[in-house]
Ligand binder design. Structure first.
Ligand code: NBG
Length: 847
């Protein structure tokens, strides 16, 4: 930006500010930039431009402004020799970039005006964006919220992951069943990323190892791989809210080292010659849906090793480029393992230090152990990663040797502390030898990290008495808790602009970066005018969602009814089926002639089922079957409606949370590690009906028991009942309504007369009921009754809604990130100052 002062005939005219075309943010400059990009980047005249051309032109306009901040940030991080957080995650569920970046950069209003001045509908461009769905659910979305907070808090950070060509599948519903369609997020190009082929890393796989003595008589191991694959980094700038600081998300794409196998090509085998390329590129081809019965495990292991190895090599490259020595690696990088997916990184850093850089074991171990922290996200046994020993040996022969050495030394330590305790050694070993041999990744992660944390208080406590009990007994000081949080920028400011503006009008804007400020809304709960406006905004949001539902599923819903919402991955422990049992209960009550007692409700469901998870898919079919019957039954007189929203994703979440009255958080106690949807709902003024599970417990503590609908068994009660031969049939036999509800599922009412379709559900509920739906059924129905009663007193309900929002300060991801920084990473913020960069001058090319 520079200033021109025009002086004419000795008359001084006011200073005119001329903006740089590529960084200026006035409406006029933005308008010109969009028009320019449409012409020069998309190569289109305005009258033939498609909506996607227009979107791309706008996205590049925004990116230019981001790049300015981004490069400034990188430059200043390097100049200040900062300690950085490296967040290793197999998933980053970012959601759409455009509006989030505009909000963070503070240019939303000007951009809207510029777009409209070009006669383009802004909302249409927003809807044009394909979201990068590079995650399954909570874990991936948490990583995205954390990237937002790291940037906002001015923490130097790099997110490292995989640039999947196909992210989470697109869900369509056909005859009530889920059908999976491949995701096409890259189909029209991705304007937010910049490839950096100059920083390509080589990754080795397979083969064997050879030991020999070097010139100094030191034993060295050489890994002779069977395959080598290239990892090409693609960088996405991650903006912070109202700060210059812009961090990097670096995602790796797998490529073959050479596009052609020339030998095969020369012998005329053209397809053979490209096969190698295809095999190599497979590694970053597709995101694994979780809960999938594990086939194709080898590819998954290769994915994990691929991105971790690239990332660690990249950190070492940056470290050296900064003129540092390897001995100080742990002083410059705090590496966080987002679950066990990147935990092979512990063996990989050891390999790099010992084999590649000839460091001694003890020093390498010291560095490695000080570098890593491990976050556990689940207690579910099927999600605790184990790799078949033989498979691991085939894919990563050198890493297996290193892991065995780590294990040996570790078990010696255990022996010393707990002599003569063979059972303990067996339990704690990285190698599971109870049957077929496996490598237990959670053990490797725990041994190789200096800090281990769970994601909510209950979960962290259960980690120490359950999956990692023995490790806790060995190293209690390593264990801690960081309760999850979500970013108020995306989940309030971007998703719910009306409510956010109203809050800012009332208490100023500081709450956006300090969510505890929302407390100042409390007194307004008693102000009728405030409540009235609050209720209007909620109603408006419901009208918007109702329009969406009508458009996408043809169902007409009543915006005055309770919007009762359960959106999350389909999983038995999350108990969507318990919700369905209540829907059918209400249906039967109306059919029994009690319609006048029923408070009108719209039950909204959304969520994907892993393609191989039959029970989860069947639940979707049941929800849709129930919806068909209820929505079309004239006797119901529209008192209740059921809608399953297809293809639940971040974009859809942004429309759903602001419109919800009731948030369903009804997992079996002790099973949901934290949950983060529960936070997004409450921040947008929905009340929670929930069990004492995960972060629900802390949400209830914060908002007050009187503003939360609690029901159900506690974790110890669940365990007790299990231990005492839980018999679901007892509940079925003794509760008439429950019996009628389950019989209805079985008798074909919701499956066009077929008794077969839902037989597995009935069988599972009556004979096993692993997740104790029947035990919690009556308590749930009673709690739902309390919800209906409360909703009848609309004014009181709104008060509770306001108090929920006012007391959600704790659940900002900013708070969570500060705790990680202080207790685990020991990193400090660095406030970056926006400076004019001369794009011609070489500044720095390290990141
Ligand atoms: C999930 C838990 C959620 C939790 C998120 C984020 C996995 C393995 N775990 O309860 O099920 O909120 O992680 O921590 O996806």
């Amino acid at each position: 930006m520079f200033e021109v002062t025009v002086v004419e005939k000795n008359v001084k005219v006011p200073t005119v500010v001329v903006e740089d075309d590529r960084t200026g943010t006035s409406v006029e400059t933005l308008k010109r930039a969009i028009a320019d990009n449409l012409f020069y980047i998309q190569g289109k005249f305005p009258d033939v431009a498609t909506r996607n051309d227009q979107y791309m032109a706008l996205a590049y306009t925004v990116r230019d402004r981001l790049v300015h901040r981004w490069l400034t940030t990188t430059k200043q991080f390097i100049k200040n020799d900062v300690r950085a957080v490296c967040y290793l995650s197999a998933e980053f569920l970012l959601g759409p970039h455009l509006v989030n970046n505009l909000v963070n950069m503070g240019i939303l209003e000007n951009v809207k005006k510029a777009v409209e001045a070009l006669n383009i509908d802004f909302e249409m461009l927003v809807n044009q964006e394909e979201e990068p769905g590079l995650g399954n659910g909570g874990l991936g979305r948490l990583a995205a919220c954390y990237m937002d907070s790291l940037a906002t808090l001015n923490i130097p950070a790099i997110g490292y992951g995989i640039r999947y060509e196909f992210g989470i599948f697109e869900q369509v519903i056909k005859d009530g069943w889920q059908i999976e369609i491949t995701d096409k997020w890259l189909h029209f190009g991705n304007p937010w990323e910049i490839p950096r082929p100059e920083h390509t890393m080589e990754v080795q796989l397979g083969g064997h190892t050879e030991g020999n003595y070097d010139a100094n008589g030191r034993y060295r191991v050489r890994w002779i791989p069977a395959r080598v694959i290239n990892g090409v980094p693609y960088d996405t700038p991650i903006s912070g809210y109202k700060t210059t600081n812009t961090n990097t998300l670096r995602l790796w794409k797998a490529e073959a080292p050479e596009s052609f196998n020339f030998k095969a090509f020369n012998t005329g085998d053209y397809t053979g010659s490209v096969q190698e390329k295809m095999f190599s590129e497979n590694i970053s081809k597709v995101l694994y849906p979780n809960d999938e019965p594990i086939q194709g495990r080898q590819l998954r292991l290769e994915q994990q090793y691929f991105f971790t190895s690239c990332s660690l090599q990249d950190m070492i490259r940056i470290h050296f480029a900064n003129g540092q020595k390897l001995e100080t690696f742990h002083e410059k990088f705090a590496v966080q393992l987002n679950d066990t997916h990147p935990s092979v990184g512990i063996a990989e850093l050891m390999r790099l230090l010992i084999d590649v850089y000839a460091m001694e074991w003890d020093e390498a171990w010291e560095i490695t152990h000080k570098t890593f922290g491990y976050t556990n996200h689940t207690l579910m046994p099927e999600a605790l990663e184990k790799w078949e020993y033989d498979l691991f040996a085939t894919v990563l022969p050198r890493h297996l040797e290193i892991i065995l050495e780590i294990n040996q030394r570790f078990l010696d330590e255990v022996r010393e502390k707990f002599p003569n305790d063979e059972a303990r050694l067996k339990r704690m070993s990285i190698i599971d030898e109870t049957g077929r041999k496996f490598i237990r990744m959670a053990h490797l992660a725990s041994i190789g990290s200096h800090a281990i944390n769970g994601v909510a208080e209950l979960h962290s406590q259960l980690v120490t008495v359950d999956v990692l009990k023995d490790f806790y007994e060995l190293w209690p000081e390593k264990f801690g808790n960081v309760t999850n949080g979500v970013t108020p920028r995306r989940w309030m400011v971007v998703s719910n602009p009306e409510l956010s503006a109203f809050i800012s009008e009332t208490i100023g804007e500081d709450w956006i970066c300090d969510l505890t400020q929302l407390k100042r809304l409390e007194p307004f709960a008693n102000d009728p005018a405030f409540r009235k406006r609050w209720a209007e905004i909620k109603h408006q949001n419901k009208v918007h969602l109702a329009t969406y539902i009508k458009m996408h599923s043809g169902i007409t819903v009543d915006s005055n009814s309770i919007f009762d919402v359960q959106v999350k991955r389909m999983h038995e422990y999350k108990r969507q089926l318990l919700n369905v049992l209540y829907v059918i209960t209400l249906y039967l009550q109306i059919k029994d002639g009690h319609a006048k007692d029923v408070c009108p409700r719209t039950f909204i469901f959304g969520g994907k089922a892993a393609p191989g998870y039959a029970m989860a898919k069947l639940s979707i079919k049941l929800i849709n079957g129930v919806a068909d019957v209820i929505n079309n039954d004239p006797e119901i007189k529209n008192k209740i409606k059921v809608a399953f929203l297809a293809d639940y994703c971040v974009k859809l979440g942004q429309q759903v949370y602001p419109a919800a009255d009731l948030s369903e958080q009804i997992s079996t106690a002790g099973k949901e590690a934290s949950g983060t949807g529960n936070m997004k709902f409450a921040m947008n003024g929905a009340l929670t009906i929930g069990t004492l599970d995960g972060a629900n417990i802390e949400i209830r503590e914060e908002v007050g028991a009187e503003n939360f609908f609690l029901f159900g068994l506690t974790d110890p009660e669940v365990k007790d009942l299990k231990a005492n031969n839980y018999r679901p049939l007892d509940y079925y036999e003794s509760n008439e309504m429950l019996r009628r509800v389950i019989d209805k599922i079985g008798d074909g009412t919701f499956s066009e007369g077929s008794r077969q379709v839902f037989a597995p559900i009935v069988d599972s509920l009556l004979n096993r009921d692993e997740w104790m739906l029947l035990a919690d059924y009556q308590a749930f129905v009673d709690a739902q009754g309390r919800v209906s009663d409360a909703y009848k007193h609309k004014d009181e309900w709104i008060k509770m809604s306001i108090l929920n929002v006012a007391r959600m300060g704790k659940f900002s991801s900013d708070r969570a990130i500060k705790e990680y920084c202080d207790n685990i990473w020991n990193v400090k913020p660095l406030k970056v100052v926006l400076e004019d960069l001369d794009p011609v001058a070489a500044v720095c090319a390290i990141y």
